[in-house]
Design a protein around this ligand. Structure first.
Ligand code: NAI
Length: 392
């Protein structure tokens, strides 16, 4: 099949197998070129197929030499439909890892469910005996909890309605958008989906099954960002969930002897999840512009390599005053934020091309789905049915 991008809103409904494979290879090559990390050797990555979770898996495998078990929720190809990008990424990751002598298996299904937790425990018992790290990188719009109740998250502000600039990424027009506040029910639902309840459930279930090694570490990802994004993020419904996640990290450390829970606050980046948040894409395209000009721009793989090598896998992890790992240290540098807010004040449809890195945004967007990847022949026929070796 000749695979072309089909963009609908903030999602692309097709993915290119060769482009996704090349993306994964590029990330692996990056990590191979970096110093090695004395880190965990057996890792469970929840949300391992795209974005920060995929990069965590790659960094842990290639920097620490870790065996990785990944959990993902992806679709294989069917008929003329391509598989999802995360499916192709996982197929490619396993193929490269196996070639390089690394253990890599995957479980595809709903990580919130008891059934997938059971399957994961079976694989750990059979192959790894125990894991010494659990990365929690799920980003999902909805969750069915253990009582069978379905919760749907919202991306809204809280308190009063909030108006600020936004960008229509298609037309590149800047306009004002008003975000309505979430209701109490919507906030509760967002916390249920993106807060720490399921993370703690995973740790409790793994601990009970005795598949966590002594002194196991678990890390989940969060975002704080500058004041200009706070009404949409930190003080929005998603921020309420992230506060719950941070509280859960402390609870895990207190309630499960031998397990330490961490939060890593990561940089704002284009991923399938962040593209859906109002106002944030405009902020990201200004941030990219400023950080690229200063030579300090990073993608998911640079962030995750730095997380494990420089911050977490040390005798004493590098934490801020609140006990969190800060990968947003460069994003939050005063010189970066001053420049971003200066650009934010002056941005208009007329000057958007000069002030913001919209091309960089779109490049990352297409690349997430395996398009616009240098070296890939997009006119070539490709087989869209690609097996994930451990699921074949
Ligand atoms: P993403 O959308 O690229 O990745 C989400 C992953 O979760 C995928 O592997 C997907 O297959 C998996 N997943 C979703 N629902 C699932 C389910 N029910 N069962 C099993 N797997 C499921 O998202 P991204 O951006 O990498 O987010 C990961 C974490 O990083 C989230 O907690 C997010 O809030 C956080 N983060 C993201 C930032 C960003 O700018 N993208 C910044 C800071 C933190």
């Amino acid at each position: 099949m000749i695979v072309t991008p089909k963009v609908r809103g903030f999602i692309c409904t097709t993915a290119h197998p060769a482009g996704c494979r090349e993306n994964v290879k590029e990330q692996i090559d990056y990590v191979k070129g970096q110093p090695k990390t004395d880190g965990p050797k057996k890792v469970l990555v929840l949300g391992a197929s795209t974005g920060y979770g995929l990069s965590s898996r790659i960094a842990l495998a290639y920097s620490c030499g870790a065996a990785t078990l990944g959990v993902l929720f992806e679709k294989p190809a069917s008929g003329s439909r391509t598989a999802t990008a995360g499916w192709y990424n996982t197929a490619a990751f396993e193929e490269f890892a196996h070639q390089d002598g690394l253990y890599a298996k995957s479980v595809n299904g709903d990580a919130f469910s008891a059934e997938i937790k059971r399957q994961v425990i079976d694989v750990i018992r059979q192959d790894l005996s125990q894991v010494d790290m659990v990365v929690y990188s799920l980003a999902a719009p909805r969750r069915t909890d253990r009582d069978g109740k379905l919760w749907s998250s919202v991306l809204k502000t809280t308190g009063d309605a909030y108006t600020n600039k936004t960008i229509d990424l298609k037309t590149r027009a800047i306009s004002d958008v008003t975000i309505e506040p979430a209701s109490e029910e919507e906030i509760t639902a967002t916390v249920k989906v993106m807060g720490g309840e399921d993370w703690k459930d995973w740790i409790a279930t793994l601990k009970e099954a005795d598949v966590l090694a002594p002194n196991a570490v678990t890390v989940a990802y969060s975002y704080i960002g500058p004041a200009l994004t706070h009404p949409m993020y930190l003080d929005g419904s998603i921020g309420m969930a992230k506060r719950h996640l941070a509280k859960t990290a402390q609870e895990i450390t207190q309630e499960f002897p031998g397990v330490t829970g961490y939060i890593s606050v990561n940089k704002a980046l284009v991923t399938q999840s962040s593209a859906a948040i109002p106002i944030v894409p405009l902020y990201i395209s200004l941030l990219y512009k400023v950080m690229k000009e200063k030579g300090i721009h990073e993608g998911c793989i640079e962030q995750m390599t730095r997380l494990f090598h420089d911050k977490l896998c040390k005798a004493s992890p590098e934490l801020d005053g609140e006990g969190m790992l800060r990968l947003d240290d460069w994003e939050m540098r005063p010189d970066v934020q001053e420049e971003v807010s200066r650009l934010w004040e002056s941005i208009l449809t007329e000057n958007v091309e000069q002030l913001a890195d919209i091309d960089g945004y779109w490049e990352d967007f297409y690349r997430m789905f395996g398009f616009q990847v240098p070296g890939v022949d997009y006119d070539a026929d490709v087989a869209v049915e690609v097996p994930i070796p451990s699921l074949a």
